[in-house]
Design a protein around this ligand. Structure first.
Ligand code: PGA
Length: 250
């Protein structure tokens, strides 16, 4: 049985004092869950958040990183920097990074490799645009994104990789994929992983759904056969609402 991983993506929101107050509110609300709870926080919140989650079951991730080990990349953050403060996870290739910051399948692949070399677990984000969906290209787009993201990743490294399927048209729009559509897309990703790495890896990899997940639709999504939890943007900014999503099975 795969566990469910429920992650909040705060995007460019919440100052350190707000992050600390948020974690203090969230902690008792999710203390009894068996689901894994992760918060992807802005860089400036990482250190404070990591101190605040001690003795809780909350994990902390970064929203991006550079693929190079170090060097003349003004304004960037390396995997080694994240590891030095014990960051567990990093989002790679979120559609907002692909759309606004020139993230490509090639840079996604480089970042996945660097994250794994530094023992940070990458969450690879893939998803189709509305236009691609309407043309019936969803499966082809997302399986190609996955294939390229995983190029050169060894089977034994796959235990530390997660995927988030996030249809771009569903992010921040209030439109959610139907649970069937989301499940089918995730099945297609799992099949592609099965082709590359075999059944054991395909059956154990965590694949989340993201895109306008909230407390009122999460149960229907997370109880589908292949959806292993969610990556939650807007609805994760309120710790009470996010706790309801984490506790969808209570
Ligand atoms: P949303 O964002 O829940 O606000 O749609 C999801 C995401 O971008 O990870």
């Amino acid at each position: 049985m795969r566990k469910k991983v429920i992650a909040g993506n705060w995007k460019m929101n919440l100052l350190p004092n707000e992050a600390i107050a948020y974690i203090d509110t969230l902690d008792p609300l999710v203390a009894d869950t068996e689901n894994e709870v992760v918060l992807f926080v802005p860089y400036t919140d990482l250190f404070y958040s990591l101190l605040q989650i001690q003795n809780t079951n909350i994990k902390i991730g970064a929203q991006n990183m550079h693929f190079a080990e170090k060097g003349a990349y003004t304004g960037e953050i390396s995997a080694q920097m994240l590891k030095s403060i014990n960051v567990d996870y990093v989002l790679i290739g979120h559609s907002e990074r692909r759309q606004y910051f020139n993230e490509t399948d090639e840079t996604v692949n480089k970042k996945v490799k660097t994250a794994l070399e530094n023992e940070i677990k990458p969450v690879i984000c893939v998803g189709e645009t509305l236009e691609q969906r309407e043309k019936g290209e969803t499966e082809e787009i997302i399986t190609t994104q996955i294939e390229k993201a995983l190029e050169g990743i060894k089977p034994e490294q796959m235990k530390d990789v997660m995927v988030a399927y996030e249809p771009i048209w569903a992010i921040g729009t209030g439109k959610t994929a139907t649970s069937e559509d989301a499940n089918n897309a995730i099945k297609a990703i799992r099949n592609k992983i099965c082709q590359i790495y075999g059944q054991n890896v395909a059956e154990s990899i965590i694949i989340q759904y993201g895109g306008s997940v909230k407390s009122t639709n999460c149960k229907e999504l997370f109880t589908m056969s292949d959806i292993d939890g969610g990556l939650v943007g807007g609805a994760s900014l309120d710790p009470h609402e996010f706790a309801k999503i984490v506790n969808y099975d209570k």
